[in-house]
Design a protein around this ligand. Structure first.
Ligand code: ADP
Ligand code: MG
Length: 680
């Protein structure tokens, strides 16, 4: 029923509107019914004319005393009416609304919504919204739902059409277990759908939103807890424990620095995992520069010394190479066999590495995530470290279970609030690196208004002349990579010719070949290039200590998380580093977010602030991390999260396969297929 495609007859509309709805992702009856309001206007109370307040929106229920429609000189029409209730009369005017003539007559009742003003001693309403009181009130005189609009599809139109199909809401199956509904006092899903659109009163609206928010968090939490069980399940193999002869002092003395407290604590947490009965599944979250590599290196060291093979996977080849270089360096004193496996290797080089892995002579192999997908076997695989690889999910984990069931360590530079991490990444144990290595000078962040652009560019040019290096990130234009690349190319040409003609610039983007990218990065690392212009491909990783200036164009188009990642590209050396945010946006929200960037340097602080200012449906701009959008819930509702968690835990323990809850199983399967969350 609800899967039925929308058509013009069903909605009493034109085909072109059906097409437009489709463009908004609304294809079926179910889609339309779950197109939720973005806000509500409380217009439940009618105002009497003698209580009218000017410059405020008033809702009146009045009778038409006189009404006439006259032509104007410009060729349009003007409709003038006098309306009144038992307390007084006012004038009303509309322009070019010819159909009013057929709808309202002398003596008709009418509901008006709009602002009133004083004009020549009289109260006048100009172009108020109107509705006939005989029908059920949709657009006024109630809690009015306000829908996200597109250019052609207005909120008012949606309100009418959704109301029209609302009776079908009863066909939504209830999918939550009844013990959840009863225990938590939740509305049924069908009732929640009804009241989220056309709530009877505030109490019902609150209950409807609570139910829908509960669902969103519940699915996420259940999926996470189920992934955790799946990981631990079926572990029968040999426990990959550390050798009793392991001497970590050897490693610590090879490190060129003292570990931070947070690094030490995290390593302890990992070592405890490894001594447990089932393989580790841990997520280490830490800001860029917090030293996640050293943590991973400590564990890799311990595993290799205990006789196991390790794998380190990075999201890009550039980063894989960087890790390779760093680790070869760090492990120089130990006779480890460390190899790289990348897409750009020749077949024979590739085969040679694969053979070494398969025969167990290779201790550590570093590559991109493709590494595990090739079905390569490692006879003694003990540990897999995954750096910033958000798409590494259930399937890949299942594969790992058949490849020796190693310990699994995820590293992420996207700090998110703890409440959120526990829900979304509830399948993993969590370590937080909330401390930066000492001696770092905080990065100075500035929001640069257009008027100051020239000054900023001049200053940057001067800094380059003094030997500093610069990143320039081009704005995010559209999701299309081709458009992105084109825009960055144009920007690069403009900057090279007009703004920084005296400096050496280079361009980096996702469409370049691996070796081209590498050549550019190499030249930038070597200081042969002063200014690197790029699309957002430089987001992750990249360690060039001499780069001390980050300029971000169209900063308002990026989420805070992403801005924070960009900023993390600088501040890696001993120089004072700077981050300049450019924007032409005047939106208060956008500017507020950018001001947070200026104010806070810690990613965790930024994430918490972001959670506070954002409503449901917008979380920290981490779409690229595979975190789904929430439409109703927020991660700041701790009380709800606690309720959700205890229900999800009970369900995972009682019926992990959802044998008794087919509707829920179906719903969750759909969510998993639509989002990448299953793959975090
Ligand atoms: P990320 O967490 O972003 O992956 P890295 O592991 O790349 O950070 O570390 C960033 C830089 O900090 C590297 O140059 C690394 O050598 C250095 N570093 C890491 N830990 C420490 C420490 N405890 N003291 C000083 N420098 C450190
Ligand atoms: Mg890193």
């Amino acid at each position: 029923m609800l899967d039925q495609r929308l058509d013009s007859a069903m909605l009493k509309t034109k085909d072109s509107y059906i097409v437009k709805l489709k463009e908004m992702g609304i294809k079926t009856l179910g889609d339309l019914l779950t197109y939720f309001p973005r806000a509500y206007r409380d217009e439940q109370e009618f105002t009497k004319i003698n209580e009218l307040k000017t410059d405020e929106v008033n809702v009146l229920e009045v009778k038409i005393k006189t009404i006439m429609t006259l032509p104007t000189r410009a060729g349009g029409v003007i409709t003038r009416a006098v309306v009144g209730d038992d307390t007084g009369e006012i004038s009303v005017m509309w322009f070019n609304q010819r159909h009013l003539k057929q709808m309202f007559f002398k003596g008709s009742q009418i509901i008006l919504t709009g602002k009133a003003k004083f004009e020549q001693g009289r109260i006048v309403m100009v172009s108020p919204k109107y509705e006939k009181p005989s029908s059920i009130l949709l657009h006024t005189g109630r809690i009015v739902p306000v829908y996200p609009e597109s250019e052609e599809i207005t909120s008012k139109w949606l309100r009418e059409k959704i109301f029209h199909v609302l009776p079908y809401a009863k066909y939504f199956d209830e999918y939550l277990p009844s013990w959840v509904l009863q225990g938590e006092g939740l509305l049924s899903f069908a009732d929640a759908i009804y009241h989220v659109h056309f709530a009877k009163d505030e109490e019902f609206l609150k209950k409807a939103r609570e139910r829908l928010a509960f669902d969103e968090l519940f699915m996420l939490q259940f999926m996470a807890l189920r992934r955790k069980k799946w990981w631990q399940e079926g572990f029968t193999g040999e426990k990959k424990r550390f050798s009793t002869k392991l001497d970590m002092v050897e490693f610590y003395s090879a490190l060129p620095f003292e570990l931070t407290g947070a690094q030490k604590r995290t390593i302890e947490e990992i070592f405890t995992d490894i001594s447990r009965d089932f393989p580790m599944l841990r997520l280490v979250q830490g800001d860029v520069g917090s030293g996640k590599t050293a943590v991973a290196a400590a564990v890799i060291f311990a595993m290799i010394k205990s006789g196991y093979q390790c794998v380190l996977m990075a999201p890009t080849e550039i980063l894989a190479k960087q890790h390779y270089k760093n680790l070869v360096n760090l492990f120089a004193d130990f006779a480890f066999n460390i190899q790289m496996l990348t897409g750009s290797m020749s077949a024979s080089e590739h085969d040679a590495v694969v053979t070494q892995m398969a025969t167990g002579t290779c201790d550590l192999v570093i590559g991109t995530h493709a590494l595990i997908q090739e079905g390569i076997t490692f006879p003694k695989l003990g540990l897999v470290v995954i750096d910033e690889q958000h798409r590494f999910g259930v399937k890949q984990r299942a594969k790992l279970k058949t490849q020796g069931f190693p310990h699994l360590l995820n590293l992420s530079a996207t700090p998110i609030p703890r409440t959120m991490a526990l829900t979304i990444y509830g399948d993993q144990d969590l370590s937080i690196l909330d401390e930066l290595p000492p001696g770092r000078t905080p990065i100075v962040t500035r929001l640069v208004p257009e008027a100051k652009r020239k000054d900023a560019e001049f200053w940057v040019s001067d800094q380059v002349a003094k030997g500093h290096q610069v990143f320039i990130v081009c704005p995010l234009i559209e999701e299309s990579e081709a458009i992105q690349v084109k825009a960055a190319t144009l920007e690069y040409e403009r900057l090279s010719k007009e703004i920084f003609p005296q400096h050496k610039l280079a361009l980096l983007h996702g469409r370049m070949k691996g070796d081209e990218k590498e050549a550019v990065m190499k030249a930038f690392s070597a200081g042969e290039i002063n200014i690197l212009v790029s699309t957002s491909v430089i987001e992750v990783g990249i360690d060039v200590p001499n780069a001390s200036i980050m300029m971000i164009e169209g900063a308002d188009r990026f989420g805070l998380a992403q801005l924070h990642q960009f900023r993390g590209r600088v501040g890696r050396g001993s120089n004072q580093s700077y981050c300049f945010l450019f924007t032409d946006s005047n939106s208060d929200d956008a500017l507020q977010r950018l001001k947070f960037m200026v104010q806070y340097t810690s990613g965790f602080d930024l994430a918490e602030m972001d959670l506070k200012i954002r409503g449901p449906g917008e979380i920290y701009g981490v779409k690229q991390s595979g975190i789904p959008d929430l439409r109703m819930a927020t991660f700041s509702d701790k009380e709800l999260l606690d309720r959700v968690r205890s229900c999800a835990e009970r369900l995972v323990n009682e019926d992990i396969d959802l044998k008794s809850y087919q509707a829920l199983a179906k719903k969750i399967a759909k969510i998993e297929s639509q989002t990448e969350i299953a793959e975090v």
